[in-house]
Design a protein around this ligand. Structure first.
Ligand SMILES: [Zn+2]
Length: 126
C-alpha cells in the first residue's frame, strides 16, 4: 500500500503520514498496513451489521409481521396469516438491510493495495 495507508475510521480520510485526522481532532489515524488494524475494523463492521440486523428484524416483525398476521387472520383465518406475516416481515427486513446498509468502517482496498500488503507480509517473514 504505497499511498495513504493512514486512515480515519470516523470520516474515512486517508493520508500518507501517521498522526491525527485533520477533520476529526481526537481521531488518531490507523495504519491499514497492520493486519490487526484491518481485522479490528472488520470485526467492528460485522458487529455493527449484526446489531442493526437484530433491530431491523425485531422492528419488521413488530411493525409489519404481527399486524399483517393479525389482519390476515381476522379476514381469512387459519394459518395463512402466519405465512403472510413472516413473509412480509422478512422481505421488509431484507430490503432495509439492502438499501440502508450500515456504514462500513473498514475501507474498500484496491487490488493494488491488497497486493502491496501481501508482498509486504511475505517480505517480513524471514
Ligand atoms: Zn476524520
Amino acid at each position: 500500500m504505497p499511498n495513504n495507508p493512514f486512515y480515519c475510521s470516523s470520516c474515512a480520510h486517508r493520508g500518507p503520514a501517521p498522526g491525527f485526522c485533520g477533520t476529526c481532532p481526537d481521531e488518531p489515524l490507523l495504519d491499514l498496513r497492520q493486519e490487526d488494524v484491518r481485522n479490528t475494523l472488520d470485526e467492528l463492521d460485522t458487529r455493527a451489521r449484526q446489531t442493526r440486523q437484530g433491530k431491523v428484524v425485531l422492528g419488521s416483525v413488530a411493525l409489519i409481521g404481527i399486524p399483517a398476521w393479525f389482519a390476515v387472520f381476522r379476514i381469512v383465518g387459519g394459518e395463512l396469516g402466519i405465512l403472510v406475516g413472516v413473509g412480509l416481515a422478512s422481505v421488509t427486513a431484507a430490503a432495509i438491510m439492502r438499501y440502508l446498509p450500515v456504514r462500513r468502517r473498514m475501507p474498500e482496498l484496491t487490488d493494488a493495495e491488497l497486493a502491496s500488503i501481501r508482498s509486504d507480509a511475505t517480505g517480513n517473514r524471514r
